[in-house]
Design a protein around this ligand. Structure first.
Ligand code: CMP
Length: 139
């Protein structure tokens, strides 16, 4: 089925002027950008977005990293969008990511790993609604 997922191009990638390169890889994997905006997240926004990780040892560093520069938040649409996006992103740790994936090609570290993608349809809907109004999304 054609579904949607949520993506973030993270500060390590925007800093290196890789917004277009990363987006081209998403599009090349069969995903369509149906919403996109470049934002500077506040600490509160980043803490809320990653609330599921708040007890993890990397939480404070992760929040600091995610507010260290602009991010590009996107809604992606395509056949099985969540799985398709996870495949093109590659493993969280770039050291474990398959050849040709965004994280293998572009990520700097397990933290500065260039992209975020939703891990389920349910979380995709929650994450899309966290950043976008319905009026900002169009096929
Ligand atoms: P993301 O998919 O956005 O979800 C949580 C983020 O935490 C992850 O990508 C990484 O950027 C970051 N992170 C930092 N350290 C770790 C770790 N040890 N395990 C998982 N995620 C980590």
């Amino acid at each position: 089925a054609v579904t949607r997922t949520f993506s973030i191009i993270k500060p390590d990638a925007t800093r290196r002027n890789l917004t277009g390169a990363v987006t081209a890889m998403l599009e090349g994997a069969g995903l369509r950008v149906v919403a996109s905006k470049r934002i500077q997240m506040t600490r509160a926004m980043a803490e809320g977005f990653y609330a599921v990780h708040r007890e993890r040892p990397f939480f404070n560093d992760l929040v600091a990293f995610m507010i260290s520069g602009p991010v590009v938040v996107q809604v992606l649409e395509g056949e099985d969008a969540v799985a398709r996006n996870r495949a093109i992103m590659g493993a969280t740790n770039p050291a474990n990511a398959d050849e040709g994936t965004i994280r293998k090609v572009h990520a700097e570290s397990i933290e500065a790993n260039s992209v975020h993608g939703s891990d389920s349809d349910e979380n995709a809907a929650i994450e899309i609604a966290y950043f976008f109004a319905q009026t900002e999304i169009t096929g």
